[in-house]
Design a protein around this ligand. Structure first.
Ligand code: HEC
Length: 438
C-alpha cells in the first residue's frame, strides 16, 4: 500500500478496474446491486443508484463514488475496510481526467494475445483465453448457445445466464448461481439441461448444471484448479467434457457429479473442447498449439492436429460430424476431415489479418463462420474454401457465433455485451441487442 501513484495518465483497465473489482463489485454488480448501483456496465458505473449520478466526469471531488469512499457521505464505502490513499488518489485522478474507459477487459497480460486493434500493448486477451477474463468491468457476452429447438438463446454474462428469444432479444429467464463470469455454455442435446462453465481465476473451476424446468442449479461440478473455459455435452448421455486454464481436460458424469477421467495430454491451458454431434469423438485444443482427437468408445487418442503455429482458441465440429474447424491466434482457420485415425493435414487453411476469436458451423451443415480480432465475420461454405459474404458491423471483439436452426440468421456475441444479428439470405445487418436488457 506504499506504491507511488502511477506516473502516467490513469488507464481504467490497468489502474481503476483492479480497485473496483475486488473492493466494490461483489455488492455493486449483478441483477440486484446494492443501492441499485451496478458497476458492470459503463453506463451504470456513471449513473449511480438511489442517490443519483455516481460520477461527474472531470469532477472527482464532487463525485458520489469518491465521496462515499473518503467518508464524506455515509455509510463509508466499502463498508468493511477502506481504500488507501493511493487508491483514493487513483479514483479521483481517473474521474478528474474525464472518467474514460479504455477497455472492458482488464489489462492482464496474456501469452496468447495480439495487441488489441494494435492500439495498446497492455490490452491483450483473445477471448476466452486469458486470465484477464477474471477482471471484467462490463459483462461481456463470452458464450452463446442456441437451444436444440432453436427457440432459446442462452447468453453467458457475469454470474448469470440469460435466456433470450434469439430473434427479438426478449428476456425469457435469468439463471443465477454461477460464481463468476460464464465462459462457456452447452445445452443437453434434448434441451432439458444447460451446462454453464466458469470459476475463479487462479483458484477453482466449476460447471453449473441448470435444470430448465425450474431454472435452478441441479449440480455443480468442481475439481478443476482454475477457470473452466469450455464445456461440451455428449449427446444421448449424462457425460460432459471440460477444458480448463489448469491445463487439463476432464470428463464428468452429470448425474452423479463425479469426474470420470482427467486428460493431461496438453502442455498449456485447454481453451476449447467439443464432442462431435454423433458422440463418437471428443476434440480438445490448447494454447500449446495442438488439438487432440479422442474416440469416445474406448477413450483412445486417435489423432493430434499439429499445423497451427500459435494457441488454438476455438474449435467446432460440423453438424454431420465429418469436419472440424480450428481457429488460432496464428491468424489462420483450418478445416480438417475427421476420421478414426491419424490426421496429417488440414483440407483447407484460410488466413486472417488478426488472431481468431470465434468459429462455428451453421446447424444446417451448409455454412462455416469465423471471425478474428479485426471484427469482420467471414461466411464460407461448410468446406471452408468457398467464400460467400462478410459482415463488419460488430463494435467489439466477437467471442461467440451461432446460427439459427433454419440457417437464416447469424448471431454474434461481443465483448461489449451486445448481440448482433444478420440475415444470411438477404445479407443484411438486422439489429444489435443489449444482452443486459433488464
Ligand atoms: C458489502 C457490500 C458493499 C461493498 C463491498 C461496497 N458497497 Fe457501496 N453500497 C453498499 C450499500 C448497502 C449501499 C447503500 C448505502 C445506503 O445508502 O444506505 C452502497 C452505496 C454506494 C453508493 C451510493 C449509490 C447510490 O446512488 O445509492 C456508492 C457510490 C457506492 N456504494 C460506492 C462503492 C464503492 C466505490 C465501493 C468500493 C470501493 C463500494 N461501494 C463497495 C454496499 C457495498
Amino acid at each position: 500500500m506504499t506504491q507511488p501513484p502511477p506516473p502516467k495518465a490513469i488507464v481504467f483497465s490497468r489502474d481503476v478496474l483492479p480497485i473496483l473489482r475486488p473492493s466494490c463489485m461483489g455488492c455493486h454488480s449483478g441483477p440486484t446491486p446494492a443501492s441499485g448501483y451496478g458497476m458492470d456496465t459503463m453506463a451504470k458505473l456513471l449513473a449511480g443508484g438511489r442517490h443519483g449520478a455516481a460520477i461527474v466526469p472531470s469532477k472527482g471531488a464532487q463525485s458520489n463514488l469518491l465521496r462515499y469512499c473518503n467518508g464524506e457521505l455515509k455509510p463509508k464505502m466499502p463498508p468493511s475496510g477502506a481504500l488507501d490513499k493511493v487508491q483514493l488518489g487513483t479514483l479521483k485522478r481517473w474521474i478528474d481526467e474525464g472518467a474514460k474507459v479504455d477497455s472492458l477487459v482488464a489489462a492482464t497480460p496474456s501469452p496468447l494475445a495480439p495487441a488489441r486493434r494494435g492500439e495498446n500493448k497492455e490490452i491483450p486477451l483473445v477471448p476466452p483465453a486469458g486470465r484477464g477474463m477474471g477482471g471484467l468491468a462490463i459483462a461481456p457476452v463470452t458464450a452463446l448457445a442456441l437451444s436444440p429447438d432453436g427457440k432459446t438463446l442462452a447468453v453467458g454474462g457475469y454470474r448469470v445466464v440469460r435466456l433470450m428469444d434469439p430473434l427479438t432479444g426478449e428476456l425469457q429467464k435469468t439463471l443465477t448461481g454461477c460464481t463468476d463470469q460464464v465462459q462457456s455454455l452447452a445445452w443437453e442435446p434434448n434441451g432439458q439441461r444447460l451446462a454453464a462453465a466458469g470459476g475463479v481465476p487462479g483458484a477453482s473451476g466449476e460447471v453449473a448444471i441448470f435444470a430448465l424446468a425450474n431454472g435452478k442449479v441441479e449440480k455443480k461440478l468442481t475439481g478443476h484448479t482454475d477457470v473452466v473455459v469450455s464445456v461440451t455435452w455428449r449427446s444421448g448421455t449424462d457425460e460432459i467434457a471440460t477444458g480448463s486454464l489448469d491445463k487439463t481436460a476432464a470428463l464428468w458424469n452429470v448425474a452423479t457429479g463425479q469426474r470420470l477421467r482427467l486428460l493431461k495430454d496438453h502442455a498449456d491451458t485447454v481453451l476449447t473442447v467439443a464432442y462431435s454431434p454423433s458422440g463418437e469423438f471428443l476434440a480438445t485444443a490448447s494454447a500449446d498449439r495442438t488439438a487432440k482427437l479422442y474416440r469416445t468408445r474406448d477413450g483412445v487418442r486417435v489423432a493430434a492436429l499439429n499445423a497451427h503455429q500459435d494457441a488454438i482458441v476455438r474449435l467446432a465440429f460440423s453438424p454431420d460430424s465429418k469436419r472440424l474447424v480450428t481457429g488460432s491466434a496464428d491468424k489462420t482457420v483450418r478445416i480438417w476431415s475427421v476420421k478414426d485415425g491419424p490426421i496429417e493435414n488440414p483440407d483447407a487453411t484460410q488466413y486472417e489479418p488478426e488472431a481468431l476469436t470465434a468459429c462455428a458451423f451453421s446447424p444446417d451443415n451448409q455454412r462455416l463462420f469465423w471471425v478474428s480480432a479485426s471484427r469482420k465475420i467471414k461466411v464460407f461454405a461448410a468446406n471452408g474454401r468457398d467464400y460467400q459474404q462478410e459482415f463488419s458491423d460488430a463494435t467489439d471483439w466477437v467471442t461467440s457465433l451461432a446460427a439459427t436452426a433454419d440457417g437464416k440468421t447469424l448471431i454474434a456475441g461481443t465483448l461489449d455485451g451486445k448481440l448482433f444479428l444478420w440475415d444470411l439470405t438477404t445479407r443484411k445487418f438486422l439489429r444489435s441487442i443489449e444482452s443486459r436488457a433488464k
